[in-house]
Ligand binder design. Sequence first.
Ligand SMILES: [Zn+2]
Length: 71
Amino acid sequence: MSINDKIKENRFGVRNMYVVCSEHLSEAIDEFIEVYEQPPDIYELDKVSFTDWISPNSCDFCEVPPKYLVV
Ligand SMILES: [Zn+2]
């Protein structure tokens, strides 16, 4: 499944995803594994292009600009 398909599923509430800074990356991975019982895919936000999604300005866990997408 492509990253953009995953983002679409997130919009419809099918899939959880986390946008996090490097400090909170492991926390997001732990939460993801707890919910889905499988490891997430991790993307660096500045290395992927998104077709119709703009990444948030801050980490899901703090106010720092996010670096990773955990999905
Ligand atoms: Zn953070």
